[in-house]
Structure formats: C-alpha cells, structure tokens
Design a protein around this ligand. Structure first.
Ligand code: PEP
Ligand code: MN
Length: 339
C-alpha cells in the first residue's frame, strides 16, 4: 500500500501516518517528492486495509500496489532520484562517468589510470579489490590492500571510489575505504548481501544479473531499499545470449524500460557489456544516447598487461577521446533546463 499525502500535509501528519504503520507491525518508508510526500508500506503479507489511513488529516489517498515492486516505482516518487556522493551526483544533470581498471593491481597502475580519469573531469573512480573470477586460479584482487590504494586515490585526486563487495565482510570494508558499494552481476540475487547493503549509509551500484529479467533486477533493488537505503543506482552490463561476437549482449532497451517504471538512476557498462576494446566506444555512445545517467568504463594504462579483463580495457587515450564524445551526446539529448 502507498499512502499519498496532500501537497500541503504537515510533517506532523506524515509522522502520524508513519506511526500508525509501525503500530500495525509494518515498515514505513516516507519518501518526500517535489509535489508531495508518499509513504510506502512494506513488511505486510496480505493486503492492508485502506480505511486505517483514508480519513487521516493530510492523507490524499491510500492506493493498493498491484505491481510486484513498491519502492522503485514512479508511483511512489515521480521525480528522478539523484544519488549524491559528496559533491558528485548520479542521476542529476551531469553525465556521471565512473572509470578505472577492472582490478586494482598496484599503486602505480591505480595512480596512472586515476590521473587520466581526473584529467577527463570524471568524478568517480572504479577498481575491484575483490574480484569475482570465473576461474579460482585467476587473479582474485589485492583485497584490503587494494582498498587502501583506492582510499589513497581518493585522497590524491578527490575522486569518489566505486568498488565491489563480494560478501557482507566486503561491505564492512568498502564502508571503511570507499564511497559507493558495487554489487556485481553474480551477486544480484544474493539476498543476504542485498539486505546488508540496504543497511549501509553508502549508495549501492547494483549490476544486472548474468541472465536477470527486468523484474528480477528491480526486485533486487527493492531488497536494498526495503532495508532503508534508497540510494541505489542500476547498472546495465549485458546479459548472456546466444551471441558469440560479444562477451554479453548489452541490453540498451533496459534504459528506457527502467525509466518507464522507476525513479532510480541507471548507468551503462559497455566494457562488460561487450568484452572487446573496439566495441566499447560505440556502445558507450549508444548508451548515453538512450538517456542513461552515466557510464562505468574499464580503463588501463597497459591493457596488454592487465591481470583481468584486458581485452575490454580502453587505453588512456581512447578513454579521454570517448569522454569528449559522450559529453557531446549527452548535451544534445539532455532535457532543456526548466525555466
Ligand atoms: C566489474 O565491474 O569488474 C565486474 C566484475 O562486473 P560484473 O559484475 O558486471 O561482471
Ligand atoms: Mn572487469
């Protein structure tokens, strides 16, 4: 159930609605919007009787939710969510660029890439310290040592750190050293991990699962939000199909599909989405053209020596050129400022 408050409802009236929901044994999620506040109810097994709320002061209407999700929806919040990470944003007017190597390999490598990322004007640096590798014999990441290097990159360049947590302990560590928790494709339905991230104060970048439907992906976001963390960024990174010319099939239709249902920002990963260096720029440009809020791109100072995902890494020069192009595309398609 969704309780939509009147535009002029007072804070006290919203608090009363929240209190009644809690008295019924459910969880209340008050979400302020530009026009009005809506309060979403979770934790109820069956339908909630609207008569508890309909006649309360400040309540405009109590709506039964017929969709499988509640918190990600435009019904709850018609305006787009802007995720704020310090002074940087994802989902705002600026195209968010998250760039860096697949894995943090050494201090020298991380700093060489971060220098170019900073120079490009991007606000976010990516890099895995814990790598989910298909083979147990492949490089698994530097672990906490990698996170310390990332924290130093943040200090040196003022970039916000986006890095993956593979498990609940990993979330504790990312909270200590990073700015945004990345939950990877392989963990999209790791429900205990989703709930742990939902109790974090850090935003979560939620990658689409290897073969996840739109509903499964959005319901994974609901797990995070249901715990009270509303700062979720969705990331389309391609899904497994019969295609053999790409590592994954980047589903750019997911961007408008998400947009139609959800207020959450959505970013595109053309690196894992294609797996090939020569495909990254075209798909990145296309991703921005679909209206994505940002890109997450793998960049390496020496791709041929990369310890993971070298084949899809952009060189520093390719990356810098791409940033100029995607910014120009974003300028063209961004909605004109109001007023
Ligand atoms: C990554 O971003 O390095 C990564 C492992 O991505 P995904 O979870 O999408 O495979
Ligand atoms: Mn990678």
């Amino acid at each position: 159930m969704l309780i939509v408050m009147k535009a002029d409802a007072t804070e006290r009236e919203v608090a009363d609605v929240v209190h009644i929901i809690q008295e019924l044994g459910f969880r209340a999620h008050p979400v302020p919007g530009e026009q009005r506040t809506a309060v979403c109810i979770t934790g109820n097994q069956g339908a909630v009787d609207p008569s508890h709320f309909e006649n309360l002061p400040g309540v405009a209407e109590a709506i039964r939710v017929s969709k499988p999700y509640k918190l990600i929806t435009l019904d709850l919040k018609p305006e787009k969510t802007i995720v704020r990470v310090g002074d940087a944003t994802i989902g705002g007017e600026e195209l968010a660029i998250i760039a860096g190597p697949c894995a943090i390999e050494s201090r020298a490598q991380a700093f060489a890439v971060a220098e170019a990322v900073r120079r490009s004007g991007a606000r976010f640096f990516r890099g895995g310290a814990f790598k989910p590798r298909t083979s147990p014999y492949a490089f698994q990441g530097l672990g906490e040592e990698g996170l310390k290097i990332l924290a130093d990159v943040r200090e040196a360049y003022g970039l916000k750190i986006v890095t993956e947590a593979l498990d609940e302990h990993g979330v504790d560590l990312v909270e200590r050293y990073g700015d945004v928790i990345q939950l990877g494709a392989r963990n999209m339905q790791n429900f205990t991990l989703l709930k742990r991230a939902g109790r974090s104060h850090l935003p979560v970048l939620l990658k689409r699962g290897l073969s996840a439907t739109l509903d499964e992906w959005l319901l994974a976001a609901e797990y995070i939000m249901g715990e009270g963390n509303y700062n979720v960024i969705l990331c389309e990174r391609g899904v497994r199909t019969f295609a053999q010319h790409t590592r994954n099939t980047l589903d750019l239709a997911a961007v408008p599909a998400v947009r139609r249902l959800s207020h959450l920002p959505v970013v595109v990963d053309p690196s894992h989405g294609t797996g090939h260096n020569y495909m990254v720029a075209p798909l990145a440009r296309a991703g921005v053209a679909t209206g994505a809020d940002g890109l997450i791109i793998e960049v390496h100072d020496q791709p041929e020596k990369a310890l993971s995902d070298g084949a899809q890494a952009l060189t520093l020069e390719q990356y810098e050129r791409l940033v100029t192009e995607v910014r120009a595309i974003h300028e063209v398609i961004a909605p004109a400022p109001v007023g």
